[in-house]
Write a protein that binds this ligand. Structure first.
Ligand SMILES: [Zn+2]
Length: 56
């Protein structure tokens, strides 16, 4: 029986905490529910986020 592990990573911009699955991969994109900022996973052990720069 598999159970999805999650961990909590603090947002870079606000006090919200992002809940991410434990097997998240580098390059995955997260959106903060608190401030809407887009964050990219840049490291996975431990999980680190950085701002996602999008050319529009
Ligand atoms: Zn935020």
């Amino acid at each position: 029986m598999e159970e999805i592990q999650t961990k909590q990573v603090p947002c870079l911009d606000c006090d919200s905490t992002l809940e991410v699955v434990d097997d998240i991969e580098i390059g995955d994109i997260l959106v903060c529910e608190g401030c809407g900022v887009e964050l990219e996973v840049v490291n996975n052990n431990p999980t680190e986020l950085d701002y996602l720069y999008v050319q529009k």
